[in-house]
Design a protein around this ligand. Structure first.
Ligand SMILES: Cc1cc2nc3c(=O)[nH]c(=O)nc-3n(C[C@H](O)[C@H](O)[C@H](O)COP(=O)(O)O)c2cc1C
Length: 171
């Protein structure tokens, strides 16, 4: 199985979750974890025809995927920013995915207070339009406020989710 994990991250939490998902997937085949802007620069954002499992994740901003204005708000926190280019929303707007690909979406979001909406649900909606098949329901990993990182236990949960994905999609 060949898996591609594409993520967007402002402060690092979604990047950490993506890497943990990659760790969980690793026993099941070859895995590449790549930041969405890096993929866009490298290959115009293309997903190789040989990818069997596509996992897409980003931070929840304003109940959904980030937009240019929410990314601008994030920059105002004054912290180093990982995804400085286009986000997952823009990438999904232009990407084509292999016909038989299995896919799944994840996000990071605050759990306290519980807010409606999740980037993973919006990503799932877009992936459905592109074809392929859903390998897992949208998944959220909880963070501490905007930039406080993943809550305790969430990295392990992300790795376990990746492992589960690898088991179900990897055959
Ligand atoms: C502009 C902005 C809007 C946000 N809106 C939401 C939201 O609607 N719901 C939520 O649960 N978290 C929200 N958050 C918190 C983000 O989900 C959190 O910053 C993100 O999960 C951290 O991931 P990252 O470190 O990969 O950027 C928001 C954060 C920012 C900066």
């Amino acid at each position: 199985m060949k898996a591609l994990v594409v993520y967007e991250s402002m402060f690092g939490a979604t990047q950490s979750a993506a890497e943990a998902i990659g760790d969980g997937l690793a026993p099941h085949g070859s895995v590449r974890v790549v930041e969405v802007g890096a993929l866009a620069e490298e290959s115009g954002g293309a997903v190789g025809e040989d990818v069997d499992l596509l996992v897409v994740g980003g931070p929840t901003h304003a109940f959904s995927m980030s937009r240019a204005n929410t990314r601008e708000d994030a920059r105002k926190e004054g912290l180093p920013i990982i995804s400085t280019g286009p986000g997952v929303r823009e990438w999904l707007d232009g990407v084509r995915i292999p016909g038989g690909v299995a896919w799944a979406a994840f996000d990071t979001k605050v759990s306290t207070p519980p807010l409606p909406g999740a980037a993973s649900k919006s990503i799932t909606k877009e992936l459905r339009k592109l074809g392929g098949r859903m390998a897992a329901k949208p998944m959220s990993f909880a963070v501490q406020g905007k930039a406080g990182g993943l809550l305790d236990g969430e990295l392990e949960r992300a790795k376990a989710w990746g492992d589960q994905l690898g088991r179900t999609a990897g055959t």
